[in-house]
Write a protein that binds this ligand. Structure first.
Ligand code: CP
Ligand code: NVA
Length: 296
């Protein structure tokens, strides 16, 4: 079985270091050896940044991106994931896969003999947080990373889970500030151990933060809960009152797309502390580094 990236837990701290180094060299335009490879992209949920950044990354690596429309495949007529994974492995060298269930990614990875890269599931968004932690490290410096107070505001969702797992792998200080009942699962809390603190008070969480990260309160597929969530999360909006408690040189981060006026206000997105576009730009180089790592 090939090495896949289903979860942040699939990579060791040494591998993160290798990937971060590769991101730096791809930013300096280093060449890769993926010429002639064919890489599929199967997206069962909407995407702007992840799909485009992977397509561009694959082209820049000299490989060939093939976008697969699920409804055009036999999966939509009932062919199993296991069978599809075996067939994909005959034609492709890797698959970038966005789906609603983490189980689909695990099933794909267990039947395929090519790397499967999780491009977002209900449980995780590993490629996003690799790029985000790289972005923090790039701006604040590698030696500072471990001492930063990184605060995530909002839902204990796929982004929060992947941040919690990478905090564990790299020994970072992560605080998740969320309403009671919206924490990551017990499994994630246990895996993250002492590298994750839950703070249900947004004001103490924001105090002296070096990084404030947020994501939507209602993720894709949860639209039915939107009304309830707007009410539950209202005190966790990242606005001027929250960010004034952070350090002067704090970074504001968001994986995007943002629901402006809900989890973040426009004035915070416009601050010079906001690095949301740097995050989005780094997704191309991170995608290159991840693919190069998995396929070399
Ligand atoms: N951040 C992110 O994954 O964005 P997309 O949903 O546009 O891919
Ligand atoms: N938590 C969000 C992330 C989007 C990139 C979602 O799953 O919709």
């Amino acid at each position: 079985m090939s090495k896949s990236l289903s979860s942040i837990s699939d990579l060791s701290s040494k591998e993160f270091e290798t990937i971060f180094k590769k991101i730096v060299s791809f930013k300096k335009k280093s060449k890769s050896k993926l010429k002639g490879k064919s890489i599929g992209l199967l997206f069962e949920k909407h995407s702007t940044r992840t799909r485009l950044s992977f397509e561009v990354a694959i082209s820049r690596l000299g490989a060939y991106p093939i976008y697969i429309n699920r409804s055009d495949t036999q999966i939509s007529r009932g062919e199993s994931i296991n069978e599809t994974a075996k067939i994909f492995s005959l034609y492709l060298d890797a698959l970038i896969y966005r789906t609603s269930k983490q189980k689909n990614i695990r099933d794909f990875a267990s039947s395929a003999n090519i790397p499967i890269v999780n491009a977002l599931s209900d449980e995780e968004h590993p490629t996003q947080v690799i790029s985000d932690i790289f972005t923090i490290r790039e701006i604040k410096g590698k030696s500072k990373l471990r001492n930063l107070k990184i605060v995530y505001f909002g839902d204990g969702n796929n982004i929060a889970n992947s941040l919690a797992l990478i905090a564990k792998a790299l020994n970072l200080n992560l605080i998740i500030s969320c309403p009671k009942g919206y924490e990551p699962s017990n499994k994630i809390l246990k895996l993250a151990g002492k590298n994750l603190i839950i703070d249900n008070n947004p004001f103490t969480a924001a105090k002296n933060a070096d990084v404030i990260y947020t994501d939507v309160w209602t993720s894709m597929g949860m639209e039915k809960e939107e009304k309830k969530r707007l009410k539950a999360f209202k005190d966790f909006q990242v606005n001027k009152n929250i960010v004034k408690l952070a350090r002067k040189d704090f970074l504001f981060m968001h994986c995007l797309p943002a629901h402006v006026g809900e989890e973040v206000t426009q004035d915070v997105l416009n601050l010079k502390n906001s690095v949301v576009y740097r995050q989005a730009e780094n997704k191309v180089y991170s995608a290159m580094a991840i693919l190069d790592h998995l396929l070399s």
